[in-house]
Design a protein around this ligand. Structure first.
Ligand code: ATP
Length: 391
């Protein structure tokens, strides 16, 4: 792994810390059946941090516990070092933005944004200055007098954001805030949100099930599955070095390949597949001896197609089953001779070496640095026949 792909250490004083947080809704049952099953997180001051996972994995519940709308069944939530369990939501110095904007239809944009400050009896001049400044930040200064219905969905969401940011919370929690927008608007709002976050310097915790969205905006991503966090890392690391099979499959397209190590040499191992086919496997601990079962991942765009075996660390042979033209690349589904299906993306920029069609025999080759070990079983004494799996 290149040093620049390592997770940055969290800031000296984390803004938000979760320690073994568990949540059941029915009040009974084992930890295994909880909605959140023991989550540990440390979120840095000023970080753009995303909770990413499929529907029902517990990300909204985790966010609501940080906000104070739900109490954990057990575990600790610390905001700037202070234990928040039992502290009501309105005393937590954090704000939340939802998918539904919930703006007051009869108030102007400026009055919607000023609403909370007026209730807190902030002096008039200060309200005017703060509203003006934040509307400028969200690029709505020229729409201050409009009513919400006179704005687009993206503009309304920016009003909701301004209304939260004008309170100068120490952290802002966002629950799928772009969910109601169409794809194009969503993509431009992602960049906009990132810019605003950088400008205001407030910690953002962002819940989404959209992996592209999380990759675009986040400093770090926590990938959740079934009430647990499976990996916390910067976007590049989550994509390039997924820690588990779930992360590899959830973020982008991935090939999962497994087999028994036939030889180990230093920090590298080999799964010999016969007929000149082989997998080079990075070895990270001493449990990996010959005979140990390993599972690894390789991304489709890291694989090169050739007609014969290439001189690369990993190579397998197969038959092309499907060819799909995707504009910037072409996707090939290949049934490998070892019995697993693999996906390969070849760029359509003139660098591809071959242009196979359905039914053609091809070799799939990739460099040692593009295989990542996912999970292992204890070293096995036997050298059972190699088998492969792929998803
Ligand atoms: P989505 O993206 O669909 O919102 P999520 O990952 O945010 O999903 P949560 O909303 O945290 O998931 O829900 C996790 C699980 O907890 C779900 O199975 C949900 O049905 C359940 N759940 C959430 N809130 C409650 C509640 N108040 N009472 C009972 N069960 C709940």
């Amino acid at each position: 792994m290149a040093p620049d792909t390592l997770s940055p250490p969290p800031a000296a004083e984390p803004a938000i810390t979760l320690v073994d947080v568990v949540k059941y809704f029915d009040g009974a049952g084992a930890r295994d059946t909880a909605v959140v099953r023991g989550v540990d997180l440390s979120i840095g001051e000023g970080e753009f941090f995303s909770l990413l996972g499929p529907s029902g994995c517990g990300k909204t519940t985790t966010l609501r516990m940080i906000a104070g709308f739900e109490e954990p069944t057990s575990g600790q939530i610390l905001l700037h070092g202070r234990d928040m369990v039992g502290v009501p939501a309105n005393k937590r110095d954090i704000n939340m933005v939802f998918q539904s904007y919930a703006l007051f239809p009869h108030l102007s944009v400026a009055d919607n944004v000023a609403f909370g400050l007026r209730r807190k009896r902030v002096p008039k001049d200060e309200i005017r200055d703060r509203v003006e400044k934040i509307l400028h930040t969200v690029e709505l200064a020229d729409k201050a007098d409009r009513r919400p219905r006179q704005l687009s969905g993206g503009q309304q969401q920016r009003v909701a954001l301004a209304r939260a940011l004008v309170n100068r919370p120490r952290a802002l929690l966002l629950d799928e805030p772009l969910g109601a927008l169409d794809l194009k608007l969503r993509q431009s709002m992602q960049l906009e949100l990132k810019r605003i976050q950088r400008e205001v310097g407030i910690t953002f915790i962002y819940v989404t099930h959209d992996q592209a969205e999380a990759l675009t905006m986040s400093d770090r991503i926590a990938v959740m599955n079934n009430g647990l966090v499976e990996q916390v890392a910067p976007p590049r690391e989550v994509y390039e070095r997924p820690a588990t099979a779930f992360v590899a499959g959830f973020i982008g397209t991935s090939n999962l390949i497994g087999g028994r190590l036939t030889s180990v040499d230093g920090d590298g191992g080999t799964v010999d597949l016969g007929d000149g086919q082989r997998l080079a496997v990075p070895i990270e601990d001493k449990d990996h001896r010959a005979g140990a079962r390993v599972e690894m991942t390789v991304r489709p765009e890291k694989i090169t197609l050739t007609t014969g075996p290439a001189d690369t660390a990993s190579r397998v042979r197969g038959t092309v089953r499907e060819v799909v033209y995707l504009g910037t690349s072409t996707s090939y589904t290949v049934d490998t001779d070892a019995g697993v299906e693999m996906t390969v993306f070849q760029p359509n920029d003139g660098t591809a070496l071959v242009f196979p069609e359905r039914g053609d025999t091809v070799w799939l080759s990739w460099a040692a640095g593009h295989s990542y070990l996912l999970s292992t079983a204890p070293a096995a004494a036997d050298t059972a026949p190699v088998s492969l799996t792929s998803r």
